[in-house]
Design a protein around this ligand. Structure first.
Ligand SMILES: Cc1cc2nc3c(=O)[nH]c(=O)nc-3n(C[C@H](O)[C@H](O)[C@H](O)COP(=O)(O)OP(=O)(O)OC[C@H]3O[C@@H](n4cnc5c(N)ncnc54)[C@H](O)[C@@H]3O)c2cc1C
Length: 390
């Protein structure tokens, strides 16, 4: 590796954002030499990334064409007082497919896995084994920066892929089933039918803290399966996907402090750049947009990439204050056991508004509509919660 000439661009972190940048650049700028560096043995880790149809613009779909493994024409939501099918397509990408496609697209020497990165500058990457890679530009896409610079609640979950004897009977995802017993904040179960007998079931909580009792959540998934009338097949269970995570749900925070927390002058992408939906934690739509923006940029020097990624992320952050206000309502005004009512009310609104909400493209009229009427939280607490939200 040390014998090869310095690449035009080094992308540090071959997760979702870093890999999409590599794929976009290879398509739009095939003459550029790349280095995609990750600490794991495979690219993308162990994930199932989903997104809604309206999240990704038609003209950007080419970047996801080979990556989408599952597609459904709509999804369901279930609350104590509202059950609804929303006819908006929903898609999933797997990390296995991402790894396969990136490896088929980049030359072998352009992918460096199993390499822990210690530090980066706008034009250098220092590896734990002492090697230093120089590049025309460096993008840091190593996942979250210092979340303690933000004020956050948490979306935490355990997900398990289950094989169901005789089939589960679902033909579309249940994106939120909040008819389950509420614990530790707002709880819902998310189910993705991957085949007639395979379903991915995630037990999810909007909680005040990130601590996760994985064994308890895993058991609750089994209780949920039983309540759905599903019999989990024992054979092969150990080989199936299991994911867990705790994503920050930001209700206030200083973007510049977050940005500086992982190096002031270095270009960033993905969650490290603060590019995620404040309420859902989804980052795939932002990752697609930024990857294509980088691939269309004329100057990919370290300094220019810093300015491009900083300004792009700062502008997205400023545009999303509305979602942080809603998060503040959810976490600061609603009592933990009443949080589901905020979402239940939201899901009575028009499907177009819901789609724009998930895409973080709510119009002024959407915002008024979301806030109109009697809020499902105490009004005084709501006003107090919204004070000072940036
Ligand atoms: C379990 C889970 C499920 C999620 N589901 C969705 C979803 O359905 N839809 C959605 O839009 N979002 C989802 N998200 C949120 C978000 O999109 C993901 O976290 C996404 O992977 C973030 O992309 P990223 O590229 O910023 O970070 P990552 O994908 O986490 O990539 C960071 C990469 O950097 C590497 N790395 C870190 N440190 C080092 C180091 N020092 N040296 C070398 N390499 C390093 C890691 O190995 C990793 O591969 C999910 C998050 C989790 C945790």
């Amino acid at each position: 590796m040390s014998a090869s000439p310095p690449p035009d661009l080094a992308i540090v972190g071959g997760g979702l954002a870093g890999s999409l940048i590599a794929l976009a650049l290879r398509r739009r700028r095939p003459e550029l030499s790349l280095r995609l560096i990750d600490g794991g043995d495979t690219l993308g880790g162990n994930h199932l990334w989903s997104f809604f149809d309206a999240d990704v613009a038609r003209e950007h779909r080419w970047l996801l064409e080979k990556l989408v493994v599952h597609a459904w024409p709509g999804y369901d939501i279930r609350f104590p007082a509202v059950t609804r099918t929303i006819r908006q397509p929903y898609y999933s990408v797997t990390s296995e497919r991402l790894d396969e496609i990136v490896r088929a697209t980049l030359a072998p020497h352009e992918i460096v896995t199993g390499a822990r990165v210690l530090s980066v500058t706008p034009t250098t990457v220092a590896l734990a084994d002492g090697e230093k890679i120089e590049a025309g530009g460096v993008i840091d896409a190593r996942g979250a920066g210092d979340v303690s610079t933000l004020q956050v609640g948490w979306q935490k979950f355990v997900g398990r892929e289950l094989e169901i004897e005789g089939g589960h009977g679902l033909d579309r995802p249940i994106v939120m089933d909040a008819t389950v017993a509420q614990h530790d904040g707002y709880r819902f179960v998310y189910s993705l039918p991957l085949s007639p007998t395979r379903v991915f079931v995630e037990d999810t909580y909007y909680s005040d803290g990130p601590t996760l009792n994985a064994a308890a959540l895993s058991r609750r998934i089994e209780v949920y399966a039983q309540a759905m009338g599903w019999t989990i097949a024992a054979a092969g269970a150990n080989d199936l996907r299991e994911e867990r995570g705790a994503l920050p749900v930001v209700w206030n925070g200083d973007f510049e402090a977050y940005w500086r927390s992982s190096g002031a002058k270095v270009a960033k992408a993905g969650v490290r750049a603060g590019l995620f939906h404040p309420t859902t934690g989804y980052s795939l739509p932002d990752a697609v947009r930024l990857a294509i923006r980088i691939a269309d940029a004329s100057d990919l020097s370290g300094a220019a990439l810093h300015d491009l990624t900083h300004d792009h992320a700062a502008s997205a952050w400023a545009d999303r204050r509305f979602y942080r206000m809603l998060d503040a309502m959810l976490f600061k005004a609603a009592g933990p056991d009443q949080r589901y009512k905020v979402l239940e009310r939201f899901y009575t609104l028009r499907s177009g508004l819901i789609a724009r909400f998930y895409a973080a493209r709510s119009t002024p009229a959407d915002k008024l509509r979301v806030l109109a009427g009697k809020p499902p939280v105490p009004i005084r607490r709501a006003i107090r919660a919204l004070r000072g939200v940036k």
